[in-house]
Ligand binder design. Structure first.
Ligand code: ZN
Length: 195
């Protein structure tokens, strides 16, 4: 399957009901109902969408799909591009020690929040073949997995911080957005002068 044949997915807005609702457990009968032939076809579309928007994790409901699944990795800075498609993901154990880490989210461009979560997790999920995979994640994959698992339950990272922390991060995000907009305008006028 070439990239062109893969279903093009887009991101749904943060206030979309699908982003804010828990996703039902996945079973293979759901694929056909929604126009997919296989789990692998969904994974490919999800990885492509994630790459397009420059993320390291993406859950199906963020792209408007009703499958309890997320993809993560596929980035050179993350264990040489290791990637996972996690169907019916769950956490079976978490470490007692926690770590404070900055997170971003494709549903909330420019917004970065420092969130405390367990450092290490033991997980179970199904892969594209429906096989149950057991893994222990620490560092970044642990963080992404926990963030994406929240998405499958309709929880976004803004719900994990205080209102004060959120308001401050939002102000910063607006500033960064405006700065990017200005840079784009400068670039645009430079180009039109050249033309
Ligand atoms: Zn997210």
């Amino acid at each position: 399957m070439t990239d062109k044949e893969i279903k093009q997915l887009g991101l749904v807005p943060a206030n979309d009901i699908r982003v804010n609702t828990a996703i039902a457990p996945f079973n293979d009968a759901m694929l056909k109902e929604h126009g997919f032939e296989s789990r692998a076809e969904v994974s490919k579309a999800m990885f492509l969408c994630m790459k397009k928007y420059g993320g390291v994790g993406l859950t199906c409901n963020q792209a408007g799909l009703p499958f309890r699944m997320f993809v993560m990795g596929n980035h050179l800075s993350l264990q040489n591009g290791k990637k996972y498609a996690c169907w019916n993901p769950r956490i079976v154990a978490t470490s007692n020690d926690t770590i404070l880490m900055q997170e971003g989210c494709l549903t909330f461009p420019y917004l970065f929040l420092k969130i405390e979560r367990p450092r290490t997790i033991n997980v179970e999920f199904e892969d594209d073949d429906g096989k149950t995979i057991k893994e222990e994640f620490s560092s970044l994959f642990s963080r992404i997995y926990q963030h994406e698992l929240d998405h499958t339950m309709g929880i976004t990272f803004v719900e994990k911080v205080s209102k004060l922390k959120f308001d401050m991060a939002k102000k910063k995000a607006e500033k960064m957005y405006k700065r990017d907009l200005q840079l784009a305008e400068i670039e645009q006028s430079r180009k039109s002068k050249e033309a």
